[in-house]
Design a protein around this ligand. Sequence first.
Ligand SMILES: NC(=O)c1ccc[n+]([C@@H]2O[C@H](COP(=O)([O-])OP(=O)(O)OC[C@H]3O[C@@H](n4cnc5c(N)ncnc54)[C@H](O)[C@@H]3O)[C@@H](O)[C@H]2O)c1
Ligand SMILES: O=c1ccn([C@@H]2O[C@H](COP(=O)(O)OP(=O)(O)O[C@H]3O[C@H](CO)[C@@H](O)[C@H](O)[C@H]3O)[C@@H](O)[C@H]2O)c(=O)[nH]1
Length: 469
Amino acid sequence: MEVKNICCIGAGYVGGPTMAVIAQKCPHINVTVVDINEKRIAAWNDKDLSKLPVYEPGLDKVVEEARGRNLFFSTAVDEAIDKADMIFISVNTPTKTYGKGKGMAADLKYIELCARQIARVSKSDKIVVEKSTLPVRTASAIKSILDNTGNGSDVKFQILSNPEFLAEGTAVEDLLAPDRVLVGGDTSTEEGKEAMEALVSVYANWVSRDHILTTNVWSSELSKLTANAFLAQRVSSINALSELCEKTGADVNEVARAIGMDSRIGPKFLKSSVGFGGSCFQKDILNLVYIAKTYGLNEVADYWEQVITMNDHQKRRFAHNIISTLFNTVSGKKIAFLGWAFKKDTNDTRESAAIYVADELLSEQSNVAVYDPKVSEEQIYADVDYLNTRSSEENREGITVYEDAYEACKDAHAIAILTEWDEFKTYDWKKLYDQMQKPAFLFDGRGLLNIEELEEIGFVCYKIGSGKE
Ligand SMILES: NC(=O)c1ccc[n+]([C@@H]2O[C@H](COP(=O)([O-])OP(=O)(O)OC[C@H]3O[C@@H](n4cnc5c(N)ncnc54)[C@H](O)[C@@H]3O)[C@@H](O)[C@H]2O)c1
Ligand SMILES: O=c1ccn([C@@H]2O[C@H](COP(=O)(O)OP(=O)(O)O[C@H]3O[C@H](CO)[C@@H](O)[C@H](O)[C@H]3O)[C@@H](O)[C@H]2O)c(=O)[nH]1
């Protein structure tokens, strides 16, 4: 079967970039991305490409090429479902904040709403693709909804799992040249195999077939959670050792380099930091832990939960180190944050370590001054308000957001690097130093800067994982 019309429900960080690349690479397929969020869709349609709701290097060019040709953004969800022969579900699957599984399980209400809407609207056969990250065995729930809540006609649905492995900040690069594309489906029936081949042929327009893996649905669903658990585990492992390095005089970057050259370990994902953030790692590990627990696999659950415990410790430890270094009080002191996003080259702040470090410092009555090249003031306040530690007014009193890094750092007692934005390396650090209170402290939570040069200027520096000799 040849796919002619694709609909993607959810125009977020995954749906937007993924569909833009499919549309760019497959001019013969019409791709419509729909969302209930009107503001988001309006931003995707904005003539000014700097206003796209997702900032990703290179994304503006891809959207510019395909939008209006075979890529469309719309709020007309029913219409797009009706027209499509393949529907991607790319809605959010956050951690549940209520009821059974609160704080651990994935909240599947948006997924279920999509399945019910697809069932209600569809008048012809559809291939439904799980693009969102889902607990293993969700496909059976989707299938049951699609098969049992339809409009009574004999419409047939095939469910595929096609998890997305893109990382933010490199989304376009990752989509254009993925390490692999994973397609899970019903390998036991002809219809299942046909549906898998239909999706494989979409990707085969630009990805070589030996990079497209096909598996059964459950393996595909579980592989996504497993990949994130392994990646996050590497970060927590190196972060655990960063603390030991600080005590012993070892340097975590040297240790990472030494072990990374072992081809069995490999060099990637060994950068010690203030803690991993992002919308996926924590949510997906908690989900994995929850699933293990529901099967009574308590040792498995405890094993993976430690990855989160370590990450929470790393964020807290960074904040506490600032407080203790500044003579055990930051009350009334200005602490400048360079960076708020959870990593460079994205405007996404979900679960960013900066939020938690700021929260600890605010509880110590510090004045936090934030500069981030891509994150809005509104977003920064929303992030701290979400923690519910104090009132929104108090958060606004405690945090000031700057559009200029030099202004943010002026008269500060300390600078903390929370995101590894490249531009921070190019700053005139002597100028920043001259404008600060003395002693001028610098806490590099990303191992970004040349500490020797900064110490030469006069800064008192702390670099994560760097021990005193
Ligand atoms: N962000 C990433 O880098 C990334 C990478 C791989 C996988 N994922 C997974 O992809 C999924 C989506 O993540 P995201 O970051 O794009 O989320 P997001 O919050 O940026 O986008 C989800 C969008 O879905 C829309 N939506 C929700 N319910 C809807 C409905 N019933 N009808 C129409 N629109 C609806 C929301 O309005 C929102 O705009 C999640 O499961 C996530 O775990 C994310
Ligand atoms: O060596 C490292 C690598 C990453 N990080 C941090 O880990 C977090 C996550 O980074 P990254 O994985 O690069 O970004 P995400 O966009 O969260 O991507 C992850 O989560 C996505 C959502 O599921 C997956 O698709 C990707 O494959 C997976 O890498 C960020 O805070 C990074 O700063 C480190 O501290 N040290």
